[in-house]
Design a protein around this ligand. Structure first.
Ligand SMILES: *Cc1c(COP(=O)(O)O)cnc(C)c1O
Length: 379
């Protein structure tokens, strides 16, 4: 269904046309070309990280990251439960088991206390987890200080799924640069898009070199095809990189717009009883990729489902929050630690339209729908 107001739609009014034409004219539209190098160097400069390797999806970046961390059959990997399935699927590709952990109420991301309890519990059962996958949901930085302390204390590396959080900051530092490995996605509706694509970053040069090797079928640098290990076909192509670079040039402007959209919703809904926003703390700055709210049905008299339906009737797309992975049928035998917080977030939450070019007028209309939902309840 096409919506008059989509949830998140890319704006392609920068150098996307120019760069992709240049890529086509150069004949380099596959996995070699100047835009791959330019996109990678601009990413590493922007993020102040050692090096970036661009890949064909965020999922392949996560998969490769787990390969680099040595995850294999029989291993256990701790993963935030409240996320998109792509955070955990690569654990299963590798024959390992995800161990899901609940969120905390401030950021909606992994709860550091439950994380530590989980590590202790798994160790007492005889297996120390091999890695911790954390996520910055909807762009909101997780509690990195506490998470990194635990990672160091137990010597377990952090794989940072920053797929939704490019440009978000925690204590002034870019999200994605805290873990041993960080991952971004440039899929269709992310804050910047390369059509499809992802990126792996690290400050460890050895890991980056291995990422480059493994993403090109582990082809050794010899005149003939020579392979010492099993690799993957995970490189980004030059045409995607051309679009991605043009998008990255606009990232600061996009973040400004997304944050403005978020601020306007807050102003328009100020004092509205029973609606609460996902909110950053003093030490963090979200890119506010999507503005997410919680609806307390006891107070408002309407649920997230009711509102989603009414918005849809008005041509407005909204989306439920991620359904926690520990509640997904496909993961129903997977261990889970925590309570019901992420389930409550899922049951009450809704992502509102957050495109860069969303107008104030449209936001007023969306908030009008929310108000009319309220008057339906109390008429
Ligand atoms: C989008 C997303 C991914 C996967 O990225 P793709 O580029 O779609 O493969 C992984 N994790 C999270 C949290 C995401 O939102």
């Amino acid at each position: 269904m096409a919506f008059n107001i989509p949830l998140s739609f890319p704006v392609l009014n920068g150098n996307e046309n120019l760069y992709s034409q240049q890529a086509i004219s150069s004949g380099h539209i596959a996995t070699f070309g100047q835009f791959i190098n330019r996109f990678e160097s601009k990413l590493s400069k922007r993020l102040k990280t050692h090096e970036a390797v661009v890949l064909n999806s965020g999922t392949s970046a996560l998969h490769l990251g787990m390969v680099l961390l040595g995850i294999g059959p029989g291993d256990e990997v701790i993963c935030q439960s409240f996320t998109f399935c792509a955070s955990a699927n690569p654990v299963v590709y590798l024959g390992a088991t995800p161990i899901f952990v609940d969120s905390e109420k401030d950021t909606w991301n992994i709860c550091p206390e439950i994380l530590e309890d989980t590590i202790l519990s798994r160790i007492s059962k005889g297996k120390k987890p091999k890695a911790i996958v954390i996520v910055h949901l909807f762009g909101m930085p997780a509690k990195m200080k506490e998470i990194l302390e635990i990672s160091e204390k137990y010597n377990i590396p952090v794989l940072e799924d920053a797929a939704e959080a490019i440009g978000s900051k925690y204590e002034g530092k870019a999200c994605g640069t805290f873990g041993q490995i960080g991952v971004f996605s440039f899929n269709g509706n992310k804050i910047i898009s390369s059509g499809g694509g992802g990126c792996l970053i690290s400050n460890d040069t050895n890991l980056i070199q291995r990422a480059r090797l493994l993403s090109t079928q582990a082809r050794e640098d010899l005149p003939f095809y020579h392979h010492l290990e099993i690799g993957y076909n995970y490189k980004m192509n030059n045409l995607s990189a051309a679009v991605g670079l043009a998008q990255l040039e606009q990232l600061d402007a996009y973040i400004k717009s997304r944050r403005l959209v978020n601020q306007r919703y807050r102003n328009l809904l100020k004092g509205f009883p029973g609606i609460e926003f996902q909110t950053e703390s003093n030490d963090s700055q979200s890119n506010y990729w999507l503005t997410a709210i919680l609806i307390d049905k006891e107070v408002t008299g309407f649920s997230n489902e009711d509102l989603k339906r009414s918005l849809m009737k008005n041509g407005v797309e909204s989306r439920f929050l991620w359904k926690p992975l520990h509640t997904q049928p496909v993961f129903n035998t997977t261990p889970y630690y925590g309570g019901s917080l992420s389930e409550k977030l899922f049951e009450n939450g809704l992502c509102l339209p957050s495109s860069v070019d969303l107008t104030f007028k449209n936001q007023e209309m969306i908030v009008e729908v929310i108000h009319s939902e309220l008057s339906k309840t109390f008429k």
